[in-house]
Design a protein around this ligand. Structure first.
Ligand code: ZN
Length: 245
C-alpha cells in the first residue's frame, strides 16, 4: 500500500467565487492559516461578473488589510465549461429563475459542488494544502443538497480514500444565517471589511452591477438578491437593537 500524502495543516485552499459567502470564508481563512490560496471554477455561468468581482475582492483585501496581505497566495480559475454544457439550468442559459418541480430553484446545477470539491482537492493535493475552506451554508441557502454538511462529509471520505490524502474541510458559514454571516464579517475585519464586501462582492444571478442598494449591487429581484437583501436587513435590524441596549 502506498503512503498517505503529507499535506500542510497551515496551508488552506479557499473555494472563492467572489460572492458574499466565499469572500467571508476567505477572510476567515486569512485569520487562521499561514498561507491561503484561492480557486474558482468557470463553467460558463451567466454571472461572469462574479469572476471579475473576485479579482477586486482579493485586491481590496490585500490593500486594506496589511496583516492578511502576506498570507494571500496564488489564485487559480479552472475551466469547467463542460459542466455548463451538461447543465441545462437558468444559470448557464437564458431562462427564468423560478422554483422548479423538485422544490429547488432553476439555478440548481446538479452535483455542481461535488465537482467543485473534487477539483479543489485535486488542486490542493498538488499545492500540499491540507485544508479546504468553503462558504457553503445550510441555514438559509436555496436548498442545494450538495451544500449540506452530510453530503460534504461523505465526499471528503471518498476523496481521502481515492487520493490517499487527508484534507480537512472547513465550512465556517455552514450554520449561520445571512444576517449572522455579516456579524462574522464584522468580527473578522470590522466596518472596513463590511464596506469592502458590500462594494465588491457579487451575488446577483443576473450579473447586474448597475443598480446599487445599501447591501451592494444587483437586480434586487432574483433569489440571490432577495437572500442578500433580507440578510442585510436582518443584520442592520439586529445591530440597531444591540446599540439601543
Ligand atoms: Zn439579482
Amino acid at each position: 500500500m502506498s503512503a498517505m500524502r503529507r499535506l500542510s495543516p497551515s496551508s488552506a485552499l479557499v473555494l472563492f467565487s467572489g460572492g458574499q459567502d466565499s469572500s467571508i470564508a476567505l477572510v476567515w481563512a486569512l485569520t487562521r492559516f499561514e498561507r491561503v490560496e484561492t480557486i474558482a471554477f468557470d463553467y460558463g455561468q451567466r454571472h461572469q461578473v462574479e469572476l471579475a468581482a473576485r479579482v477586486a475582492v482579493r485586491r481590496e483585501i490585500a490593500q486594506r488589510f496589511l496583516s492578511f496581505a502576506p498570507r494571500l497566495g496564488d489564485d487559480a480559475v479552472i475551466d469547467l465549461s463542460g459542466l455548463g454544457a451538461i447543465s441545462e439550468t437558468a444559470l448557464t442559459r437564458q431562462a427564468e429563475i423560478v422554483i422548479g418541480e423538485t422544490g429547488l430553484p432553476t439555478t440548481f446545477v446538479p452535483g455542481r459542488n461535488l465537482v467543485f470539491l473534487t477539483m479543489a482537492a485535486a488542486y490542493a493535493y498538488r499545492r500540499s494544502a491540507g485544508v479546504i475552506v468553503a462558504g457553503m451554508c445550510e441555514a438559509d441557502f436555496s436548498g442545494y443538497p450538495d451544500c449540506r454538511r452530510a453530503a460534504l462529509d461523505a465526499q471528503m471520505q471518498a476523496i481521502a480514500l481515492g487520493m490517499e490524502a487527508e484534507f480537512s474541510l472547513e465550512t465556517p458559514l455552514m450554520h449561520l444565517t445571512k444576517a449572522q454571516s455579516w456579524f462574522l464579517a464584522e468580527e473578522l475585519g470590522g466596518k472596513d471589511l463590511v464596506d469592502l464586501l458590500i462594494e465588491h462582492t457579487h451575488s446577483c444571478y443576473l450579473g447586474d452591477r448597475a443598480t446599487r442598494f445599501d447591501w451592494g449591487y444587483g437586480c434586487g429581484l432574483c433569489p440571490a438578491c432577495e437572500l442578500r437583501a433580507n440578510g442585510w436587513a436582518g443584520y442592520v435590524a439586529a445591530r440597531s437593537r444591540r446599540e439601543i441596549r
